[in-house]
Design a protein around this ligand. Structure first.
Ligand code: GLN
Length: 447
């Protein structure tokens, strides 16, 4: 059987059952492809030659026993965790192994993959473009068929945005759905782990595998996602937030998103305009809470317990530690952190109100398609603005899906589908129905 590496997870499982090929052959095909293409893409930081299970690529902020885990930072250059993250153990019981650790922005801080201490990952659709971030290597590895699927982490968009820019599916689960034990903490009140993958149905399957209670994560509330057949519900109400289509959204991306919404309407959905009035404050609130928690979480990398000195932090990490320390300092705490926490509540309430009128909300994932490597790296504010449509889901703790919905200048565009807390099922149904009537995911980058 040719082309083992282009199969979806479901197809791999079926083919293994039918003995069309062995796990050994599957891993060999992937290792060969990785050897050929990784030098071009820089998607993997470490490759595991001895994987004998279904090969998954794991973002390098997720701890893997006996496999180096650097968070793409020099400060953890030699860190080999003595234990597996809970998600790795859960995948293991399903027959899934780690084929490699993927490049990302250092400590998951970034939107382009360029903040890695080990060099940028390239977008498989155009090697001069960024793949998005921070789960840059995970998204590039899936798009280039260098793994069956990948895990990423999403604190402000880091699963959805690179999935969108690389033309693959990405699912950020409800906060608390998936254990973060073994995930290197960035912003503990936003961090989630989820799949970056080749189809919506596969995303549902992986969510079922990795969700559910874990005593090792106090915020993992124990609601396991149970996959049901993703059947389209007629008369589903889809909300389109007017704030997500204003200034800043590239007109060509806007057109692609509007066409996708039309397609959903043709499928029988009821399309309604909704409003998320506090959206304009989301970015400011996000970066205050994000940097505050970073300044606290990264205090553990003090050069004593983790070998190397703090000089080994990159620019963006240092910037955020300083901003967060400032925001939390006495005299400024009320003005910044407390205010941001209040905005967070308002944003959550915006979604609750909108969801009284609709079942899911759709819009763009990213205001533009992938940009040139180097284009935004010296302008943090412009870089932060690329997260404008993704961060609100993290502030509100709700699930969100990114699915391929077209191209602009041969670069992929992702449609975002946001749902009520704990209702991944409905966003997956919408994504699945859309996927069935379109062919975007069959389009592959030429490498
Ligand atoms: N790009 C956002 C940031 O830099 C989100 C990162 C993430 O989700 N890890 O914070």
């Amino acid at each position: 059987m040719n082309d083992l590496t282009s199969l979806t997870l479901t197809e791999v499982i079926e083919s293994l059952k039918d003995k069309k090929f062995s796990l050994n052959e599957l891993n060999k095909s992937y290792l060969e492809r990785i050897r050929k293409l990784n030098p071009k893409l820089n998607a993997y930081l470490a490759v595991n030659d001895s994987c004998q299970k279904i090969p998954a690529a794991i973002k390098d902020v997720i701890s893997t026993k006996d496999i180096i885990t650097t968070a793409s930072s020099k400060i953890l250059a030699n860190f080999v965790p003595p234990y597996d993250a809970s998600v790795i153990k859960m995948l293991d019981t399903q027959g899934v192994g780690v084929i490699g650790k993927t490049n990302c922005d250092e400590f998951a801080m970034g939107s382009s993959g360029e903040n890695s201490a080990y060099g940028p990952t390239k977008n498989p659709w155009n090697l001069n473009k960024v793949p998005g971030g921070s789960s840059s290597g995970s998204a590039a590895a899936v798009a280039a068929d260098l793994c069956v699927f990948a895990l990423g982490s999403d604190t402000g968009g880091s699963i959805r945005q690179p999935a969108s820019l690389c033309g693959v599916v990405g699912l950020k689960p409800t906060y608390g759905r998936v254990s973060r034990y073994g995930l290197i903490a960035v912003t503990s009140s936003f961090d989630t782990i989820g799949p970056i993958i080749k189809s919506v149905d596969d995303a549902a399957l992986v969510l079922e595998w990795i969700s559910g209670e874990d005593k090792m994560d106090g915020n993992c509330y124990g609601k396991k996602f149970v996959r049901t057949p993703l059947r389209w519900t007629h008369n589903i109400r889809i909300g389109v937030p007017r704030e997500y289509f204003g200034e800043g959204l590239d007109p060509k991306v806007k057109k692609v998103i509007q066409d996708a919404i039309k397609k959903l309407e043709e499928l029988g959905a009821e399309i309604k305009e909704v409003s998320l009035p506090h959206s304009e404050y989301a970015l400011a609130a996000y970066y205050i809470i994000n940097t505050s928690e970073i300044s606290s979480n990264l205090a553990r990398f003090d050069g004593i317990r983790y070998g190397k000195s703090r000089d080994n932090f990159g620019e963006e990490v240092k910037r955020r530690i300083m901003l967060g320390t400032y925001a939390l300092s006495s005299g400024y705490y009320d003005e910044y952190y407390v205010k941001a926490a209040k905005v967070r509540t308002l944003i959550k309430q915006d979604f609750e109100k909108a969801f009284e009128k609709c079942d899911v909300i759709v819009g763009p994932v990213s205001p533009t398609v992938a940009w040139n490597i180097g284009e935004k790296i010296n302008d943090p504010l412009t870089m932060y603005l690329s997260d404008i449509y993704t961060i609100s889901a993290n502030l509100a703790g709700i699930p969100a899906l990114s699915i391929p919905c077209g191209f602009v200048d041969r670069l992929p565009v992702g449609l975002q589908v946001l749902g009520k807390a704990w209702d991944e099922e409905t966003i997956l149904k919408v994504g699945f129905a859309y996927e069935q009537v379109t062919d975007w995911r069959k389009d592959k980058p030429k490498l």
